[in-house]
Structures are given as C-alpha cells and as structure tokens.
Design a protein around this ligand. Sequence first.
Ligand SMILES: Cc1cc2nc3c(=O)[nH]c(=O)nc-3n(C[C@H](O)[C@H](O)[C@H](O)COP(=O)(O)OP(=O)(O)OC[C@H]3O[C@@H](n4cnc5c(N)ncnc54)[C@H](O)[C@@H]3O)c2cc1C
Length: 422
Amino acid sequence: MSNDNLMFTATEHGQSMHAKVKAFIETHIEPIEAQFWEECHKKNPDGNWENWEWPEAYENLRKQAREEGLWNLFLPDDTLGAGLSVTDYAPIAELTGRSLLAPHVFNCNAPDSGNMELLWRYGTQEQQDKWLTPLLEGETRSVFCMTEPDVASSDATNMQATAMVDGDEIVINGSKWWSSGLGDPAVDVLIVMAYTADESADRHHQHSMVLVPVNTPGVNIKRMLKVFGDYDAPHGHGEISFENVRVPVSHFIGGPGKGFEIAQGRLGPGRIHHCMRCIGAAEKSLELAVKRGMSRTAFGKPLLQLGGNFERISEARIKIDQARLLTLYAAQKMDAQGTKKALTEISAIKVVAPTVLQEVVDMAIQIHGGMGVCQDTMLPGFYAQARVLRLADGPDEVHKTMIAKLELKRQGFSRSAKSDKA
Ligand SMILES: Cc1cc2nc3c(=O)[nH]c(=O)nc-3n(C[C@H](O)[C@H](O)[C@H](O)COP(=O)(O)OP(=O)(O)OC[C@H]3O[C@@H](n4cnc5c(N)ncnc54)[C@H](O)[C@@H]3O)c2cc1C
C-alpha cells in the first residue's frame, strides 16, 4: 500500500492510530469481508426491507473496535472522538476505504459521521444528549433527508418540502428520496432539510434542518431504492413522505432558516471523508488488478504484459497519487483555515477522487475479465461507490461551477460570478 505522505506528515497520535487501524483491518476485517457480504445478501432478501438486519459479525466487530479505541475516528473532539485533525484522519479514512465494511465497524460511515459532526457543532445540549450521544455510542443510526424526487435537487433552493412553525410546533410536509441509511434497523432519527418561508430573508436563509424521530406519526417510508440493481441492504436508500408531521420547535438545528449555513459546515468534512475513502478503494482496485494481471496468462505472457496494460497500471498509479496529494492539500487547508476557506479545494477533490476511482476500477474490471463484474471481488461495489459519488453530495458540474465562481471572485470579477445563478 502506498501511503508515503512525505509532505503531509501525520502527528505521532495520527501515526499510532493509523498503525492500529491498519492492523485491525488486516487481521479482523479483510479475512471475513467477502463472506460477510454474502451472508448479508442471504439475510436480506429482496422485497423484505422492513426486516433487514446485519449479520452477527457486525456487532462483534464493532464491539471489538471500540474496545481497542478505534471508534468515532472522524470526530476531532478528543473526548467524544479520536481527537484527530483532518490531515491526520485522511490516511486513516483511506485505509477504511479499502473495505466496504470497515467504515461501519469504526462508527465512521456516512451519513452518520456527517450527522454526528453536525450535531456536535450545531446541536443544543438537549439535542446532543438525546440524539448525538446514542449515535456516538453506536446504539442508533441516522439519516440526512435533503434530495427530493420532484425537483432538481442539485439546486437546493428548489426544495419544496416545508417546515412551518405552528405555535410551539414545526409542521413538516413533502417528499424526500435517496435518504441513505434508512433501511438500517437501528435508525431512530432523520435530519430533514425543508423550506421555512420568511419574506424578510434572502433565498439562502429560508431553509431549516429539523430533527424528526423516524417513528413520528406522518412519516411514511414508501420504498427502498436499488443502486445498479442492489438494495445495499441493510443500510439502504429510501423514499419517504412527510404528511403533517409535528415535532416541537426545539427540534430546529441552529434555529429556523439556518439550513444552508449548516449544510455547508456538514458537507465539507463529509465530502472530504468520501474522497479519502475513494482513494483507499482505488488503491485496493489497483492492487487487485496487478495481482490478477500477473497471475494469469494469455498468449504466452502474464495479462499485464499484453497490449498497453503496463501503461494502464502506471496511469492508475499517477492518478491515485495526484488525487491523494490534492486531498491532503484540502485537508491541511481545512485544518489551518477552516472549511469555508477551503471551498475550492473541497470541491476540486470532490470532482477528482470519485472520477479517479471510477477510472481505476474500470481498468481493474477490464484486467479481471468476467470475474471483474461478479461477486468474487469488491470491484462492482467500488464501481457503484464511484459512480454514485459523482452525483451524491453535489454532481461534478455543480462543484466545477463553484470552483469557477470562486476563481472569478478571486480575480476580482465578483459581479459576473454572482450573476451566474448555477
Ligand atoms: C446512492 C445515493 C445516495 C444518496 N444519499 C443521499 C442522502 O443520504 N441524502 C440526500 O439528501 N441525498 C442523497 N443523494 C442524492 C444526491 O445528493 C442527488 O442525487 C444529487 O444532489 C443530484 O440531485 P438530483 O438527483 O435531483 O439531480 P438533478 O438536480 O436533477 O441533476 C441532474 C444532472 O443535471 C446536471 N446538472 C445539475 N446542475 C448543473 C450545473 N450547475 N451545470 C451543469 N449541469 C448540471 C448534472 O449532470 C446532474 O447530475 C444520494 C444519491 C445517491 C445516488
């Protein structure tokens, strides 16, 4: 595994955690991962999503990871989390990205990690006691509901779901989909982003985030969505409707109209975590490609030594290392100057990392031949991850537009940047 972060040396604590996570993954996760997902598919047959469940190994591994102090590694708080900076966490998240199970084992999986960080940063004490503590303990799971089926949600101001104040309650109406993690049997809370009309505010201060317990009357899970024909059970991605759902006004996060401000804070770290995991998945894919390509022969030579395959391996190495450097650069800027000062770098890596993963996995699949698209390797899972991440948390085009606007602004063309609504 290439992890020579020469320019970005991790602290001693970061290096020690990295070594422990690496040993845990190699000893306890890698040997059982293929069998784990096979059992998962057996336990969660199609069409039965109300009763989805994790295999027994899931809780056992999580318990063991927690006992070894490998828990909530993403959270910079040194009491509630591992106390790692973004730069320290980057190579650790990369390690976990080599596996589709490891992020769950260390309580570092999306969307829970982003939701926990959001509650840690913006939640009231009461909200933290009720929802953050059990999430940090790994007892419950959470969902982030922003995207809607009826509007182009890459422009979040299109959102139609409403969260209106009525006395001391918030009334929520509308539909959401692609609500990730909704199938998990431990889900107990949804963070719903919705429109709260306020004529005195601009269009970026008319949306709120509201905590909605999943069993509140009026919350209806309509169906689970498949990704390339797979339900991703028991985590899953759901479509959900809200019909006159009532919760106390104390369930606003940060107050009414603060949705966009908070989303920017939530999505920054969440996005870079996804990118770090993409780089780990790309490394793993490259390793699989080399192993397969050197152990199988055709036309009298190892597959890798045939027509252009060496070049494909070298291109993969170059792309992965470029993506890693850009990710570490973004991480370091976030640590030094905060998320809001690192928007260009976060958007840049959000475009680069999933694209690199998609290209590297595609190459690895090609080297594997038919084996590359079946359940015998993690490549199909990595491919779905890469393709999905070019849409989720903002499609590539939206991030590129953002980078261009920031660049124009940086060069003094702020009016032209503002006039482009996209
Ligand atoms: C597996 C998966 C998990 C997800 N998890 C979550 C989740 O947990 N919570 C949640 O709220 N959402 C989630 N999403 C939703 C995801 O964030 C949205 O799909 C994404 O934001 C795009 O919104 P949309 O699907 O409405 O596409 P649209 O807004 O309809 O956009 C479609 C396409 O239009 C083009 N486009 C849009 N804007 C521009 C532009 N400015 N310039 C050029 N072209 C443009 C792009 O090609 C884009 O892909 C998930 C999605 C997937 C697939």
